[in-house]
Design a protein around this ligand. Structure first.
Ligand code: DGL
Length: 281
C-alpha cells in the first residue's frame, strides 16, 4: 500500500501544561508571553487541589493521570507547572513510566530551571524557599541547591497559601495574616537570607502581599519568567521535540472542577477570556 501524504506528515499537537489548580496559570502566562507562536493545552486539577498536603503516592498517581490525558490529546511535550508534582512525581514518571508509555515524548518540571537561576542572585548564599508541605518535605530544593559549596537552603512550608488562592481569598485580610506570619517565621530562622524562591506556582497570585511583608532588600524569585526562558532554550536545543509542537497561538483550558467556577478567575489571571471545559482524569 502506498504511503499517503497525511501518514508522512509529522504529528503536531499543543504543548501540555499541568497544575493541581490555578497556580499553573502563572507559568502558562509567562510561557505564552515568551513563546506565543505555539498552541497550549492547560489542565487544572482544581477538584483535587491542593496537592501539597497529600501523600507522595497520591501526588504521583494524580500527576501520571494528567500526563496520560495530555498524551491522549496528542501532546508530545508536557510541562508540570507545579512544584509539588515536579518534586514528588517527575523523576518517577521520567525514569519509570515514560520509557514504556511514550519513549519519544517528554515531561519537564519547574524545580530544575529555578535552581539553575538562584546562583546568579544570592550574595550571602542563604536562600529561603516557600513551598507546599509536600515540596518542602521532599527537600528537592535543598538537594539540588546545596551541591554548590557555600549555599544553604531554608525551606518553609506554607500550607494555607494555596487554599487562600483556590478559594479566591488572595486579596483578603486572611491572606495578610498568613503571608506576614510565614515571612516572619522564615526570616527569624536566618536573617542572612537575601533571596527567596516562591517554590509553588500558586504563590505569585499572592505577590502583592508578599512584597508588602518581605524585608527590604530580599529578592523574591517568581518562576514564570525563568521556566519560560528555560523552555525556549530547551525547544531550541531539541528540534526533535519542537517539530511536534503545533504553531497556532491558541490555548485550550480544562479543569476537573466546574468550568463556571474556573473560567472567571482564570480569565483574570491570564488576562484574556477563558472558556474552560470540564475534564475527568
Ligand atoms: N501549584 C502547585 C505547586 O507549585 C501545587 C499547589 C497545591 O496543589 O498544593 O506546588
Amino acid at each position: 500500500m502506498s504511503t499517503t501524504k497525511a501518514e508522512k506528515s509529522i504529528e503536531q499537537a499543543p504543548i501540555g501544561v499541568f497544575d493541581s489548580g490555578f497556580g499553573g496559570l502563572t507559568i502558562l502566562r509567562d510561557i505564552r508571553r515568551v513563546l506565543p507562536q505555539y498552541d497550549y493545552l492547560f489542565i487544572g486539577d482544581n477538584a483535587r487541589a491542593p496537592y501539597g498536603t497529600r501523600s507522595r503516592e497520591l501526588v504521583y498517581e494524580f500527576t501520571l493521570q494528567a500526563v496520560k490525558k495530555l498524551f491522549a490529546q496528542g501532546c508530545h511535550l508536557v510541562i508540570l507547572a507545579c512544584n509539588t508534582a515536579s518534586a514528588e512525581a517527575l523523576r518517577t514518571i521520567q525514569q519509570q513510566d515514560l520509557p514504556t508509555l511514550a519513549p519519544e515524548r517528554r515531561v519537564l518540571g519547574v524545580v530544575r530551571p529555578t535552581v539553575e537561576k538562584v546562583g546568579e542572585l544570592t550574595r550571602t548564599g542563604h536562600i529561603g524557599v516557600f513551598g507546599t508541605p509536600g515540596t518542602i518535605a521532599s527537600r528537592s530544593y535543598n538537594i539540588e541547591i546545596e551541591v554548590t559549596p557555600g549555599f544553604k537552603v531554608h525551606g518553609h512550608a506554607c500550607p494555607m497559601w494555596v487554599p487562600l488562592v483556590e478559594n479566591r481569598e488572595s486579596s483578603g485580610d486572611g491572606a495578610d495574616y498568613f503571608v506576614k506570619k510565614d515571612i516572619n517565621q522564615l526570616m527569624a530562622e536566618c536573617p542572612d537570607i537575601d533571596t527567596v524562591i516562591l517554590g509553588c506556582t500558586h504563590y505569585p497570585l499572592l505577590i502583592e502581599k508578599i512584597h508588602k511583608y518581605m524585608p527590604e532588600g530580599v529578592k523574591v524569585i517568581e518562576q514564570g519568567p525563568i521556566v519560560a526562558e528555560s523552555l525556549a532554550d530547551y525547544l531550541q536545543r531539541h528540534p526533535e521535540i519542537e517539530r511536534h509542537c503545533s504553531r497556532g497561538g491558541s490555548c485550550r483550558y480544562y479543569t476537573t472542577e466546574d468550568p463556571d467556577h474556573f473560567s472567571p478567575l482564570a480569565s483574570v489571571f491570564v488576562n484574556e477570556p477563558v472558556n474552560a471545559t470540564r475534564i475527568i482524569l
